[in-house]
Design a protein around this ligand. Sequence first.
Ligand code: PLP
Length: 389
Amino acid sequence: MNEAFDDYAHASLVVAHDGDHAFDAVVPPIVQSSLFTFRTFEEMAATYRGEKSRPVYSRTTNPTTRAFEQKIAELECTEDAIGFASGMGAISSTVLAFVEPGDRIVCVEHVYPDAYRLFETLLKRWNVDTVYVDGKDHDAVARALPGARLFYMESPTSWMMEAHDVRALAALARGHGVITVIDNSCASPVFQQPIRLGVDLVVHSASKYISGHSDVVAGVAAGRRELIDVVRKTITPYLGAKLAPFEAWLLLRGLRTLPTRMKAHEASCLTIARRLKELAVVTAVYHPGLGNQLPPGMSGTSGLFSFAFDESIDIPAFCNALRLFKLGVSWGGHESLVVPALVSRAQNAGPNSAIDFGVSERIVRLHVGLEGADVLWADIAQAIGKAGG
Ligand SMILES: *Cc1c(COP(=O)(O)O)cnc(C)c1O
């Protein structure tokens, strides 16, 4: 297979789910059932003994959820996947499946803030320590890896949008026998398939691009069957953060347009990021597709990026003046969004005030939606005018 998302993979998303559906429906049904009954004692007993594989209870398996899991496994070029009730459900369940008290995690800087807080709060209580390294500094990564249990990556990273050489980092971890996990929410499986770059496990917030419509909170983890089986057998039955059938059905619908949406987000976002870079009031643009070449195995960028204003711009006034970009967290849907780092830092000053993920207060993050680059640019330009620029 070539590096880029190929036409066959695209086509397989758009056509109906492979396999037999009730009434030959082009869209798989929502099997909205908590449990599945058996015709005979023998069938039930064989299923419980593990000799027969079929749905029993939707906390473990549901046909609609399974259809989504199979599609993700295919898209991520791997064997198996598990759907979760949220991206954080996927992240916490996957990490907890592989660490034990006394273990050390190596984590790249600027991961999703709640992943960071998971490491700094809950995992610390279980005596799992996390050290943070600059994912661009391969020597620092190589020094941190010996003796670690797990290497947690995210590329591009949250807020700073750093794109790492995932293939090189995965090879370093493999050399030290360290399990690798990557959050691939931002690039999506359209632009990056980390398993093909040597990573062991991929996690997603499916609430973002995989859904694409801002109407689902969900997650998924994918990888080799033996690794996914560890998560499925040792964690999901007890933490129970399983993806529900209706959400799985919405995600299957979202996947149909994923490649088309990603290309549209990428094009509009690049246009806006380049125009911002030319402005005197903008001191930095954090976008993996500006300047440097993308790292090996990454074939495109998304609608998400950040930039920094100089002191002449009143950031609250800028946010208030925007009309198409709405103030809101999350990203990956059809709509354009703005989040100032000022607000995220205020949130961090709550119960976790010691936690600071190191983002400057001059930074603003934008998600460029599907409205069209020119109309979005006009919105940004008028808002800068009202904010002092
Ligand atoms: C949103 C997000 C998550 C968490 O996903 P939820 O579905 O909100 O739990 C994880 N990683 C990244 C990069 C995210 O943006």
